[in-house]
Design a protein around this ligand. Structure first.
Ligand SMILES: Cc1cc2nc3c(=O)[nH]c(=O)nc-3n(C[C@H](O)[C@H](O)[C@H](O)COP(=O)(O)OP(=O)(O)OC[C@H]3O[C@@H](n4cnc5c(N)ncnc54)[C@H](O)[C@@H]3O)c2cc1C
Ligand SMILES: NC(=O)c1ccc[n+]([C@@H]2O[C@H](COP(=O)([O-])OP(=O)(O)OC[C@H]3O[C@@H](n4cnc5c(N)ncnc54)[C@H](O)[C@@H]3O)[C@@H](O)[C@H]2O)c1
Length: 471
């Protein structure tokens, strides 16, 4: 029987970074993957495909150029699904290769098959050709999640689908209903609307992306409506079915019945109401680990499950369920497993959110609503892209960046941005916050010009000027 120092289950971002970290510590490490491709949701169905589709849509339609050059910059008149998928497949293939080479270079053994615990320290790996039982001192479970697929929804992969299948559509529909206004729902609604698809988005709560600062989510909802997206907020879908109507000729449509009595019809429907774990298949009863009703695992601050030699990281442990945080969790879990304590301070509250909608949104730290609820005195400082030279050059007149500044200490408590480059811009604020910086940092330092980073200066002036009147 082969023996390893560490076995990692799943090659998504949490597994990848955990495996490389274990190899760098000189450990004998194997990583197991049940799918025929590497990279998990990050590379194959989630982060990279959706972001590649977004880039392709923005480029081919010229949507990111319109402000400055007018609406005539469309690169291609009739955009086909083949144009879009060609671009994302190219990126996906490149990413597979990057991961494969990283494993090879670092001596990580890659084994293909479905992993299942057989007993303490024993894991069975089964594929179409063979079954093998492996032994290890430590394990890291990074099996991720899959889209929720209730049996009441008649999924057919072509007109009623989840985010796993949207990237395999064989044609661009004229109309789409998106059920769920979480990050997946809003990102795809924006991409499709950019491509000229008429989108109706149904969200159960009264507001999209309720974790965002209210001013930003209000601005975003305005943008979505401006793009022609119909928002049905505070509405729940009670029934989804395929129907056939005769209107001169036969049309196959999808019909969504809302609890309020409304009926929606479209050519296609994306169902994006959250994700579900895959722990049932792991044989966790053999090692004494339990999971919750959504098949998520509980871990402590070191990412240990209740069985101390079995760790878990990434989406399988729930919030915040991001590729970015999954990578760091995987690395930290392995460091702890092998007694490496010097992994640097990590403020688990201070990770950024990047939402690749159109426009981009990003945030780090607290929102105005949270600070108010916690009784923390703050002032806001705002910069609008239209008053920043780089914003004008980019043709983005509606972007903005907001700093939340402590009224007494001037420390930065939160940064919120919407507009071009928001997901990159946020890291300047994140670094200043992590280093316990204040608004004066932005005033007293010189930034490249013209850049969007100037927003930080303008927002700091704006906030500090307001505070001068409070003294
Ligand atoms: C549409 C979409 C867009 C997203 N966009 C972003 C984004 O822009 N930014 C961001 O940070 N995050 C984004 N995410 C979230 C991100 O993709 C996930 O947080 C991340 O992939 C989780 O990584 P993971 O390693 O935990 O699991 P996964 O990436 O899900 O990988 C788990 C792997 O484990 C394998 N596996 C499962 N069970 C077994 C088993 N029994 N044996 C062997 N292998 C097994 C699976 O096949 C899979 O390859 C997005 C997600 C989706 C769905
Ligand atoms: N850019 C990014 O970082 C990014 C992008 C995509 C996905 N993700 C990750 O993927 C995970 C899953 O995303 P998601 O959007 O599927 O889930 P989610 O849980 O974030 O959102 C689901 C939404 O559906 C709504 N909903 C539920 N039932 C409904 C019904 N019957 N009718 C109408 N609305 C209903 C909920 O109110 C909720 O707003 C997230 O946790 C996120 O972290 C991240």
């Amino acid at each position: 029987m082969k023996h390893y120092d560490c076995i990692i289950i799943g090659t998504g971002p949490a597994g990848q970074k955990g495996a490389i970290q274990a190899a760098k510590l000189g450990k004998r490490v194997a990583i197991i993957e049940k799918n025929p491709v590497l990279g998990g949701a990050q590379i194959n169905t989630g982060t990279i495909p959706s972001k590649a589709l977004r880039e392709a849509a923005l480029y081919l339609t010229g949507a990111n150029q319109r402000g400055l050059f007018g609406a005539t910059q469309q690169v291609k008149k009739h955009i086909t699904i083949a144009d879009l998928t060609a671009i994302s497949q190219q990126v996906i293939r490149h990413e597979w290769e990057v991961i494969r080479r990283q494993f090879e270079r670092n001596g990580v053994e890659l084994l293909w098959g479905r992993a299942e615990f057989e007993g303490p320290h024993l894991l069975r790996v089964q594929n179409a050709d063979s079954t093998e039982v492996l032994e290890a001192d430590k394990f890291l479970i990074t099996v991720g999640t899959k889209p929720a697929r209730p049996s009441s929804v008649p999924f057919n992969e072509q007109t009623i689908f989840t985010s796993d299948e949207i990237i395999c559509l064989d044609r661009l529909p004229k109309t789409m209903i998106v059920v769920g206004g979480g990050v997946i729902g809003v990102e795809y609604a924006c991409i499709m609307a950019t491509l000229g698809v008429r989108v109706t988005l149904v969200e159960g709560s009264n507001r999209l992306l309720g974790f965002l600062d209210r001013e930003i989510s209000d601005a975003f909802q305005y943008h979505m409506r401006q793009k022609g997206i119909t928002l049905r907020l505070g509405e729940k879908v009670s029934k989804i079915e395929e129907i056939e109507i005769q209107n001169g000729k036969f049309h196959h449509l999808v019909q969504a019945q809302l609890e309020s009595g409304k009926t929606l019809r479209a050519e296609t429907l994306l169902y994006a109401v959250g994700r579900q774990g895959v722990c049932k298949a792991l044989g966790l009863d053999k090692v004494g680990i339990e999971f919750d009703d959504r098949e998520r695992l509980m871990v402590n601050e070191q990412y240990q499950t209740n069985v101390d030699y079995i760790y878990a990281a990434g989406d399988v442990i729930g919030f915040p369920s991001l590729a970015s945080t999954a990578m760091e969790q995987g690395r930290r879990a392995v460091c702890h497993a092998f007694g490496v304590c010097d992994v640097g301070n990590y403020n688990t509250q201070l990770f950024p959110y990047g939402i690749y909608a159109v426009p981009e949104i990003s945030m780090v730290g607290k929102t105005e609503e949270q600070l108010t609820a916690e009784g923390i005195p703050y002032e806001s400082g705002v910069a609008h892209y239209r008053e920043i030279a780089r914003g004008k050059l980019l043709g983005d007149d509606s972007g903005m960046l907001k700093l939340l500044i402590h009224q007494e200490t001037h420390k930065i408590l939160g940064v919120h941005a919407i507009g071009t480059g928001a997901t990159e811009l946020i890291h300047i604020g994140q670094a200043v916050m992590a280093l316990n910086g204040d608004a004066e940092f932005f005033i007293n330092n010189v930034f490249n010009f013209p850049t969007l980073a100037e927003c930080y200066k303008v927002a700091a002036y704006n906030g500090l000027n307001k505070l001068n009147h409070v003294r």
